[in-house]
Write a protein that binds this ligand. Sequence first.
Ligand code: 5RP
Length: 228
Amino acid sequence: MNKQDQLKQQVAKAAIDYVVPKLKQNDVLGIGTGSTANFFIDMLDGHQDKFRAAIASSEASAERLAKINVAVLDMNDVEQLAFYVDGADESNGQLQLIKGGGAALTREKIVASIAKQFVCIADESKWVNTLGAFPLPVEVLPMAREAVARQLESLGGEPVWRKGCVTDNGGHILDVHGLQIADAIKTETEINQMVGVITNGLFALRKADVMLLGREDGVQIIYPGLGT
Ligand code: 5RP
């Protein structure tokens, strides 16, 4: 296993230690998507009796949860989640995130929206001063792809269609390169207003509540604005 995966595994274990003791029998857990979230799912095996069920942010995570016999619910049947645990592609010191490298951004944002606490788990390569070096994923309705791309260019970015990628919602992804996102709430709001956009991968209006960051010298627990 490479160093980055070792760090992802460490933060997944830290998330188990952070979340599981706080769970109540009737709680529903929100589970994200990606390789870090997968480590977390695998480590939930053995803890199925500590909570009622899960909501997954992708079909892939739902299948992985089902394999370890975690009940996966429809979100329409759930009002609130005790925790949402998910990775990120970038985080700044405010715990504003870029997500969607795995194309699950829309469902991730929806699941995060009903979580009491969003626990982000990431290795230190994801920690940045300014968001935007990682191309910002924007999910669009397929018919609006080029129209949205032209509007994204007006923000100073260079949108690139992630060819061959169709999301769980039937959407397409534009990855916007070259943005330096100084005001993440403003950029998230502006892109949300573009007709044809389903979601953008900025998580600033609903940022993470706590970050478990895997570093060479151990896992650091970070709260918004407190830095490392
Ligand atoms: C998927 C995501 C993931 O959280 C993000 O891409 C990080 O993935 P990984 O844990 O594999 O590095 O937003 O849409």
